[in-house]
Design a binder for this molecule. Structure first.
Ligand code: NOJ
Length: 563
């Protein structure tokens, strides 16, 4: 373990800066948040009806996963109309009502924009299918002739993130086999051709459509996939990299191409032309972070998700390195770092951390036949990890349900699975359904614990979810919900998100990590030996019953106001 603390850069405070530099942004996954019409699928009126609890939680903004018109082949990340609400979730009027209520409560709304691919049901793709090869309609996407004598082989060796080839061959209107189209995800998600100015122009219109409706910005899906190398050459190392890339080696032809940056600069100009400090966060899986930082230069994205931190496996050395790399990279371009532990694509951190530490975040999921996590241990560590994260200056992302300490559904039966990953890998990867299960609001209120009044649920909750329901935790000292509320309140009062960062050498070892943010000392104990705390007032602790004078025990985080 090499924890050379002295030579590291320190991060300076940035008080009074733009809201997005320090915001706590809560991800609402509309399918599973709250269901007002009782059909088993969450909806926009359901979200509106529960916004008070989010305001009470103390968050600043909401990122709303897709709710636009979609055949839902990839839970809404397959959009068939970017300027309408899917009837599953309500109407545009419901959307407006939701935004109005959120704004009344002081909450900002970022909507998910999916520009890399559309649904195959989008009118652009349908037009492309019925148009001739080489036509303007086909030029919206990547259509190519196949290789082999009869064009029977895919145009290149790219593979899909969800498994299988990244190409599907179409059948011509006369029944003969036709060209192939590219899809880095499911075959129902054809990739758009971002070299085409018509595509660029169409999306500028879409941005304006939502900005005009009052959204505060966007979370942008897979922006690092939008540019493709000219001619769509083979992936040079598909054996080793699969659908992805190998860090430190030249970027393969489908990931983080230079050609995307002018597009985001243009989008930034559009956002900046609206009043009210609108912001966009890119889901740019670009590593190392010094490369990701290029995406948050002053005239591009405001934020990107910090996947390095997410992948830190809660191991002190990896975490230490990832935090250093974050401040180094993002400070170099004057951007805030973001921090995140859970989202709708990965195993919930209360489950990931319950068992072998180091379980990867990858979207493979946990099924009933896999080793099952230890619930109590996972929750204890998850609470500590969250408290640690929320003390880091920058913007933090929370995923719905983590404030309840919700574990993953790890015993979901195959018959309920919906994630295309499960089907494209013949069940080898169970996929992401386990983290997408509807939320429990009131324990025992119907079969879905208050998710709705009918008890219907597009994914069934595991029985244990009743124990985690919000009403069981509201006002209960020591509950995970109260821990989150308290931490968010103190974070705001002490301007922790806008604060500074500096390691405290005395508490940096293979058994603990400790840093200062202004007057606050934050320490986490990874080891078995209790740690004596310096004099000061304990202002937040991941374990209940903690007060000054007590040593810090294993898997515990504390915030201490130094005296
Ligand atoms: C990332 C999204 O978070 C994920 O849920 C989706 O499947 C892929 N992008 C494809 O849109």
């Amino acid at each position: 373990m090499s924890l050379d603390v002295e030579s590291l850069p320190k991060h300076a405070a940035n008080y009074g800066a733009h809201w997005w530099r320090s915001a706590v942004i809560y991800q609402v996954y509309p399918r599973s948040f709250a269901d007002a019409n009782g059909d088993g699928m969450g909806d926009l009126p359901g979200i509106t009806s529960r916004l008070d609890s989010l305001a009470a939680l103390g968050i600043d903004a909401i990122w709303l996963s897709p709710f636009m018109r979609s055949p839902q082949k990839d839970a809404g990340y397959d959009v068939s109309d970017y300027e309408d609400v899917d009837p599953l979730f309500g109407t545009l009027a419901d959307f407006d009502a939701m935004v109005a209520r959120a704004h009344e409560l002081g909450l900002r709304i970022l909507v998910d924009l999916v520009p890399n691919h559309t649904s195959d049901q989008h009118r652009w793709f349908q037009a492309a299918l019925s148009s001739a090869e080489g036509s303007a309609d086909r030029a919206f996407y990547h259509f190519k002739d196949g290789r082999g004598e009869q064009g029977e082989l895919p145009p290149n060796n790219w593979v899909s993130m969800f498994g299988g080839p990244a190409w599907t061959r179409i059948t011509n209107p006369d029944g003969t086999p036709g060209q192939w189209y590219c899809h880095l995800f499911d075959s129902s998600q054809p990739d758009l051709n971002w070299e085409n100015p018509a595509v660029q122009e169409a999306f500028e219109g879409i941005l304006r459509f939502w900005l005009d409706r009052g959204v505060d910005g966007f979370r942008v899906d897979q922006p690092h996939a939008m540019g493709k190398a000219v001619g769509l050459p083979d992936h040079p190392d598909v054996e080793r990299a699969g659908a992805g890339f190998i860090e430190g080696e030249p970027s393969p032809p489908m990931w983080f191409q230079e050609s995307v940056h002018p597009i985001f600069r243009r989008w930034r100009q559009i956002l900046d032309s609206y009043p009210g400090d609108r912001a966009m966060c890119g889901e740019a899986y670009v590593l190392p972070l010094s490369f990701m930082a290029l995406w948050v230069r002053a005239d591009e994205f405001h934020q990107t998700f910090n996947f390095r931190f997410l992948d830190s496996e809660w191991r002190p050395q990896i975490l230490f390195n990832s935090i250093n790399e974050s401040f180094e990279a993002f400070d170099a371009v004057g951007a805030p770092s973001t921090w995140v532990l859970s989202n709708h694509d990965i195993i919930r951190h209360a489950t990931r951390m319950g068992g072998v530490v180091g379980r990867p975040t990858a979207s493979d999921g946990i099924g009933p036949n896999d080793p099952q996590p230890e619930r109590e241990l996972g929750l204890r560590r998850a609470r500590a990890a969250t408290l640690f994260m929320l003390a880091l200056p920058g913007s933090s992302y929370l995923y719905q349900g983590e404030e309840l300490g919700l574990p993953e559904h790890t015993t979901l039966a195959d018959e309920f699975r919906q994630d295309p990953t499960f089907y494209r890998t013949a069940g080898k990867r169970v996929g992401r359904d386990g983290c997408r299960v509807p939320l429990p609001w009131e324990s025992g209120a119907g079969a879905a614990n208050g998710f709705n009044t009918t008890g219907k649920s597009w994914l069934p909750q595991p029985e244990i979810y009743a124990e985690y329901a919000r009403d069981r935790q509201e006002g209960v000292v020591g509950s995970t919900l109260e821990l989150y509320k308290h931490a968010l309140k103190v974070r705001k009062e002490l301007q922790i998100g806008e604060g500074s960062f500096e390691w405290v050498p005395e508490f940096v070892s293979e058994n603990s990590l400790g840093f200062r943010n202004g007057e606050i000392l934050v320490i986490h104990n990874f080891g078995h030996e209790p740690i004596e705390l310096p004099a000061g007032e304990v202002i937040a602790s991941s374990l209940t019953g903690m007060s000054s004078g007590h040593p810090l025990v294993k898997d515990q985080t504390v915030w201490l106001k130094l005296s």
